[in-house]
Ligand binder design. Structure first.
Ligand code: GCB
Length: 612
């Protein structure tokens, strides 16, 4: 059990509601709670437990439903050692590392509070309080009462608060704790910044009492449009339910089973325009059940593997990609990835690099980002932060990873752009790790049989022979390898093209990472340029691309990385200053020389395959 967990879970146990994902909640009727919130730092977690354990005292429990100043005026002897209503104000979503200079390296508990007005929508409705995500563990209180808790930084969660809301002013308090232990996912050491706090939108979402909680609509392997829906609520069982795609003239009607589930399919109409990066056609999809009208925008395409090729809509495709963290452009990012911020980065990939693919590393990104990929026509690799030193033998860790992967897939499986679910990144082979990852792979396949499963693996090396000798390749559809010869090794760059790759199976391979740091503006005109210069990075790209072009089963590339990103591990005072400099653009968006090298490679590839 995590540190803040214990006291809080005990406190919440009788009242905690289980969290719902609420698929396509961003398109439902909602009241945004983004904007101004008070915040208060609580490094010793006094708001969670008293100093001898047990519940916190009145003087420290931040979530009490009262105005401290009024209370203090009424009771001269009342003691409060906090005052949320007079604490500093910030704008959410966005990590606390930008709230104040002293918060820059803070990892721990922070409390947030705001009030909002609520007008009851009448009977027959339910209201959910939904967070896009909170990093890492969040405990939510409404009008002084606990409503639930969520662990994991990158997936949404929603609590039914219908009975907790009151007409007029309501008070919401959230304790967010960013500290992670070795049994968390990801564990404490990563190569990116922990953006503690509420980094995605908070909304009140109103639905009818019985509503479509989950709906998965896709083109299945047999070329049929398939739907699987789940109703929730008192009328969920044996209910009439309809699917309509008006622009295609398609409609289906059926009945849910005793558990509120409905699955059906219909032949894809002739007029269906398949989704692709060149023609990212999306259709309005509606599901009606009782009083509920569920809406989503869905693209239809197939993705499959044949031998060592990847087929999109039955046609072989090469993934011209790049990796990306969830970090907006600018000198002081706070992981506030608005649609505009995501669009600016995607434009660099689509128009700048002539790319058709993005690896959204190393965790689920904002749902607005994956929606944008659907709209702009960028194929997506989506992953969970099962990264480096995971506690493979710990059943709680496995449970966390399984929940994360399920939350991610449920949230996003209507996004045609997503073609690959990845279960892990750079995890050394062991029996415990293999078993852990096989469980995740099984979960992915059970939740979504319309996409490909991959994982970024390590490779073995003997001289210039590179081998993929990870038993997990047998379980994956697509192999992926991160390779850094010439950066983390001192191989001369001129030798990289003569490296060879051998695979134990006939499957497509993606080089899911390769890269070299370069400080924008640092030039080295020497014949053998130094590491960290733009020239070294450009030459590294030329030579690595040459090598990749010689491997016949390479079907995609997502080099590391589009933009320089914050990483506390990277402290070279001249070149890094807390940033991983492997970006093709700097943190403020200036293109380095290597950007042009990759853009030219992708332009030529796209021209050759007639994809532009
Ligand atoms: C990797 C990791 C990535 C790092 C990168 C690097 O292999 O997957 O998270 O940031 O290397 O820059 O070393």
């Amino acid at each position: 059990m995590r540190r803040i967990g214990l006291a809080l879970v005990v406190l919440l146990a009788p009242l905690a509601a289980s969290a719902q994902t609420l698929v396509a909640a961003d398109l439902r009727e909602n009241q945004s709670l983004d904007g101004a919130w008070h915040w208060s730092v609580d490094p010793y977690r006094d708001g969670v437990a008293g100093f001898h354990g047990g519940p916190p005292s009145e003087s420290t429990a931040r979530y009490q439903d009262r105005i401290q100043a009024d209370e203090a005026a009424k009771r001269p002897t009342a003691l409060f050692e906090f005052d949320m209503q007079r604490s500093a104000i910030t704008h959410l979503p966005g990590s606390w590392i930008g709230h104040a200079p002293e918060m820059r390296y803070y990892q721990g508990l922070v409390w947030y509070q705001r009030t909002f007005d609520y007008t009851p929508t009448g009977p027959g409705k339910r209201v959910y309080l939904r967070f896009g995500s909170a990093d890492y563990a969040a405990s939510v209180f409404l009008n002084g009462k606990p409503v639930g808790k969520h662990v994991g930084a990158f997936t949404p969660f929603a609590f039914d608060v219908t009975d907790r809301l009151r007409p007029g002013s309501n008070q919401i308090t959230v304790g967010v704790d960013s500290a992670r232990t070795d049994s968390d996912v990801p564990p404490p050491v990563t190569d990116w910044e922990t953006y503690g706090g509420i980094t995605r939108s908070v909304r009140l979402v109103t639905v009818p009492e019985t509503f479509v909680d989950d709906a998965f609509v896709r083109l299945d392997k047999d070329g049929r449009i398939a739907v699987s829906a789940q109703l929730l609520g008192p009328q969920a069982a044996n209910a009439t339910i309809r699917l309509a795609i008006p622009a295609l003239g398609s409609a289906l009607e059926g009945r849910t089973d005793g558990e509120g589930k409905w699955s059906a399919s219909l032949p894809a109409p002739r007029g269906l325009k398949r989704w692709s990066p060149e023609n990212p056609t999306l259709y309005d999809v509606q599901i009606t059940a009782g009083a509920d009208h569920f809406a989503d925008r869905v693209g239809f395409r197939t993705i499959e593997v044949q031998g060592d090729r990847i087929l999109l809509n039955g046609k072989s495709i090469f993934l011209r990609g790049i990796s990306m963290h969830e970090e907006e452009l600018g000198k002081d990012p706070v992981r506030a990835m608005s649609p505009a911020a995501a669009r600016a980065l995607f434009a660099e990939i689509k128009q700048g690099l002539h790319g058709n693919f993005v690896r959204l590393a190393h965790y689920p990104h904002d749902e607005g980002t994956t929606r944008l990929a659907d709209e702009m026509g960028l194929l997506v690799w989506s992953e969970v932060p099962v990264y480096w030193r995971v506690a493979w033998g710990n059943p709680e860790t496995l449970a966390t990873a399984r929940r994360m992967i399920a939350e991610n897939i449920r949230r996003d499986r209507n996004r045609a752009a997503i073609v690959l679910w990845s279960v892990a990144n750079e995890t050394p082979v062991s029996d415990a790790r293999n078993a852990f990852l096989r469980t995740l792979i099984g979960d992915v396949r059970a939740l979504d049989d319309s996409r490909l499963v991959t994982a970024a693996l390590l490779s073995a090396r003997k001289g210039k022979e590179m081998r993929i000798d990870d038993p997990l390749v047998n379980d994956l559809d697509v192999m992926a390898i991160n390779t850094y010869n010439g950066w983390y090794s001192d191989d001369p760059l001129a030798e990289l093209p003569s490296f060879t790759w051998a695979s134990p199976v006939t499957k497509p391979l993606i080089f899911s990472e390769f890269g070299a740091d370069a400080l924008y503006g640092y030039h080295d005109g020497a014949a053998a340029p130094h590491k960290f210069s733009e020239e070294y990075q450009a030459e590294y790209y030329r030579r690595t691309l040459e090598m990749a072009a010689k491997v016949p089963f390479v079907r995609g590339l997502s080099p590391w990385i589009l933009k320089d990103f914050r990483s506390p591990r990277r402290q070279h005072p001249v070149y890094q200053q807390g940033w991983n400099r492997k970006g093709l653009i700097s943190e403020t968006g200036q293109r380095k020389l290597a950007f042009g090298v990759l853009a030219e490679e992708y332009r030529r590839r796209a021209e050759r395959t007639g994809e532009r």
